[in-house]
Design a protein around this ligand. Sequence first.
Ligand code: PEP
Ligand code: MG
Length: 566
Amino acid sequence: MPEQRLSGVGVTPLSGVGTVVWYAPDAELDEPPAPESVDADAERERFEAARDEAREEIRAERERTAERVGEAEAEVFDAHIQFLEDPQITEGVETAIDEGLSAEHAVTRTFDRFVEQFAEMEGRMAERADDLRDVRDRLVRVLVGGDRVDLSALPEGSVVLAERLTPSDTAQLDPERVAGFATVTGGRTSHAAIFARSLALPAVVGIGDALNDVADGADVVVDGTEGTLVVDPDDETREAAAGGEDVEIRADPVATADGTPIEVAANVGTEADVGPAADRGADGIGLYRTEFLFLDRTSPPDEDEQYTAYREALEAFPEGRVVVRTLDIGGDKPVGYLDLPDEENPFLGERGIRRSLGPDADLFETQLRALLRAAGDDAGGDLSVMLPLVTTVEEVREAREVLESVAADLDAEGEEYALPEFGVMIETPAVAFLAADLVEYVEFFSIGTNDLAQYVMAAERGNDRVADLGDYRQPAVLRAIRMTVEATEGTDVWVGMCGEMAGDPDLTELLVGLGLDELSMSAVTVPQVKKAVTETTLADARDLAERALAASTKDQVKDVLTETTQ
Ligand code: PEP
Ligand code: MG
């Protein structure tokens, strides 16, 4: 049988070969009983008991996940407990019972309503729908006494296929036994994708309905680099996948073949990502997304908690640089306890630095205090502070003034501190245009192509319908990058990139040629990018960049890129 390739989104640059095991976690429900036959008091008691049991299970899974995957990943289970105890959900279930539904049907109806509401939202809010499904399925299973497929005891060489994998499902997968997984739904930032990266599992998500036609027991290759699932792979495909990762992990900094040093750093979201970043050979941290310290909890982390987190990151890279981005919330990153405004278009609303200089001024000050104190510690590497979603020179000036006043306060209090390097993310067309005016206020720029591409192209990130437009290989995006770099020429300001584009090894030569000094990415692709840096020369890279910048369509850019890789 000829091999068949299904495309999705590859979330780890790893491949695995194995046999399909379909996983369908939903417990089967019988038809609802006649309302008059339902004893509401008894059903309420069953619901209460099921909640107690589910809570115990979640706590145990949280502990296991913290041990096996990481504390940050385990925090998702705190959100599950919150859903389990949410007064609105509980009231919904109890009302449904009073209307004559059995506990399991009442749970299903109520949770489905909330799932629907969350699924209609954007970005990370939509992913909350997966958490709700997870809690719903757990409660129903406890209520109907169903057995759960034990994902931790699958036969060796299994490739798990599923509609979706919830955090509890993914955390159970044993990388020693499971060769990979693929799902119908999900994107790069879904929980399943994040867990796959932490567990270094080959994974492709978002394949769509075509995945449902793959039979249980079929032979497949999960190719996380290409983002494909190959069904009935031929010998060549199978061997290429089984060869595993053939790239060396280099702990030392790298340079192009003719000696231009390029810093290759990792993006991290929490303390748990820091160790794996160092293990993959990252020179430092090019983007610490501090909003993850603020998510999935009920109040913000205080100054000492933040200080400890930043210090740990610095200690992990004693010779390197750690770029910490100040709180970037709003847009697709809501924080429940902060009472964010209900905006028609949050990506164009109050997010990033706009909140830090506005309603979250107190949080900004606390964060800067923690950062300046961490910068004053000489146990670790060098700290840099970076502002998200800047659009004006005034914002940069004002943020610098806050930083200086925080330093003055610490001074007056006799606290140890140091002034960190100060920089700005280039994520909007406005700052790309203003880059030349900003160089006098900053020591560095870091280009965030995830947002820059969405704002340059007016194509929302995460919206599949406009994914082609929002591609970072669009000529307009390349020119915005070049414009930024050009503004720094002849100055001491360095330019990095911390959007997903930086982690694409096929683009490393282009980015070196565009003049970037640093590339920062998910830790998992650090070795591939380091290798790509050493395989080019500055002259070749510049020549490639020049040809790419001359292209006026994305297809032409792609042609320029493939000509050189052939
Ligand atoms: C970006 O926009 O490219 C970026 C790195 O920031 P985030 O993905 O966290 O918005
Ligand atoms: Mg961004």
